[in-house]
Design a protein around this ligand. Structure first.
Ligand code: EPU
Length: 420
């Protein structure tokens, strides 16, 4: 038994879509909440499987989790620091934030290797080096990390790569360390600001989040707080992209347009008709066929790697040859093989793809090999002639809350079906 999405292409889209809270902020905020010594309320939690898996991990730690409509109340008062070796840990990448959080709180964590989308090699050496710099020892045996420290001392840490995960994990470990920790060449993604804001509301002393130098002055304890998650810039970008391809008038609300400026300026250059407001974007039908463009993914505020896959689907419909280069994940091109099955004219090189358009896409059986590949295939299915059947949609459910319902609301013909 498996769930698939079946999409009938060719229908124009009209209406409003409300964007949910950011997945990549949420998956860090939930582990961060265990640092508190009292209940924490997080609002705007997206309805995604990653949240269910993180909640399962919290329950293993004897942390109570109460779910109310898009709210999570996390109470770590009676928490126990048990080894995190269940399957829930391997179902997502962000379970690695329990490394920083538990090390910061207890000076000890034992956890299985995290899972998540395969996008080529995804080492966590910078996270581990950061923990070691703070005074911890790291052992890896039989698929499990043991990270421990008698005492954590603030220090200066330079990241060789501005890694989102390493920046957040080091913040979590350092927030209660003794003295000052400085993270240089820190990642600047909006999710990092959100996590720092959350920790500061709990009583942390973090400055500079959103710049490439973050300064953390250790505090002794963290208390409870109430926090609303920022909107998901990748979900927002996905809906802007699909609306640029198939929308007549689609209004995308609850967004921070500045977070997706690299995307909206590209789409405008391609000829998309975007009306960018304070917290929404209205996408009109373009006056003529979209033009090809080149993209190079980079850390924020550059073009997001998470949006290159969804945009590729639309590039198959643009006039001319578009080059896509992913400098963050060189191997993030599995979606291109699926698009080729649907008729796309794509030449793949080392970390690059050349997409020739416009080509007609035809519905076929395709596989969501990872989350954003899934988003790409949904867009391709909306554009294609005939019916597209997408398999392995659990990848999509991990990061997009009820995407089929949101799409149906704006006129898409998409159903979720259980097949044998
Ligand atoms: N890297 C290392 N060593 C490390 C850490 C990272 O070499 O210790 C490399 C990675 O292999 C990659 C680059 O540095 O080539 C950047 O990785 P980063 O650590 O920034 O990525 P991440 O934290 O693992 C997060 C998002 C990803 C998103 C990337 C880049 C979460 C849970 N995941 O991953 O989101 O693509 O940042 O923006 O926040 C997605 O949402 O579909 C997704 C994959």
């Amino acid at each position: 038994m498996e769930e698939v999405f079946r999409i009938e292409g060719g229908h124009r889209l009209v209406g409003d879509v409300e964007i949910s809270g950011s997945k990549n902020a949420t998956v860090a905020l939930i582990p961060a909440a265990v640092l508190a010594n009292a209940p924490v309320t997080i609002a705007g939690v997206p309805d995604i499987m990653d949240v269910d898996n993180l909640s399962a991990i919290l329950r293993e730690l004897n942390v109570s989790v109460t779910e109310k409509t898009s709210h999570l109340i996390i109470d770590p008062t009676h928490m126990r620091n048990v080894d995190l070796v269940s399957d829930a840990v391997t179902k997502l990448r962000a379970s690695y934030y329990f490394m920083g959080a538990l090390l910061g709180k207890y000076g000890y964590v034992r956890i299985k290797m995290p899972g998540g989308c395969y996008l080529g090699p995804r080492p966590i050496d910078l996270h581990l080096k950061g923990f070691e710099a703070l005074g911890a020892s790291v052992d890896y045996e039989k698929g499990c990390y043991t990270i421990k420290a008698d005492h954590l001392w603030g220090t200066k840490i330079f990241l060789d790569i501005a890694s989102v995960g390493a920046t957040i994990n080091i913040m979590l470990a350092a927030v209660c360390a003794e003295g000052r920790t400085t993270i240089e060449n820190a990642a600047k993604e909006p999710e990092i600001i959100d996590v720092a804001t959350f920790l500061n509301k709990m009583g942390a002393d973090i400055h500079g989040a959103g710049t490439n130098v973050i300064v953390i002055d250790g505090v002794q304890t963290l208390s409870g707080c109430v926090h609303e998650i920022i909107p998901d810039r990748i979900e927002a970008g996905t809906f802007v992209i699909l609306s640029a391809a198939m929308g007549d008038d689609v209004r995308i609300t609850n967004i921070i347009p500045q977070h997706i400026e690299a995307l909206t300026s590209k789409l405008t250059e391609m000829g998309a008709d975007l009306d960018i407001r304070v917290d929404s974007i209205l996408v009109h039908r373009p006056r003529s066929i979209l033009k090809a463009t080149d993209i190079v993914t980079r850390p924020y505020p550059g073009f997001a790697t998470d949006l290159q896959q969804p945009l590729t689907a639309v590039l198959t419909q643009a006039d001319g040859i578009s080059q896509v280069k992913d400098t963050v994940y060189k191997e993030r091109f599995k979606h291109c093989l699926e698009l080729q099955r649907m008729g796309a004219d794509i030449e793949l090189g080392d970390g690059v793809a050349a997409i020739k358009g416009p080509t007609r896409l035809y519905g076929d059986k395709v596989t969501a090999t990872d989350l954003r590949c899934g988003a790409c295939l949904i867009i391709a299915g909306l554009v294609a002639d005939g019916v597209t059947e997408i398999h392995d949609i659990y990848h999509i459910d991990r990061g997009y809350g009820k995407i089929d319902e949101k799409l149906r609301k704006i006129g898409a013909t998409i159903v979720r079906e259980v097949i044998a």
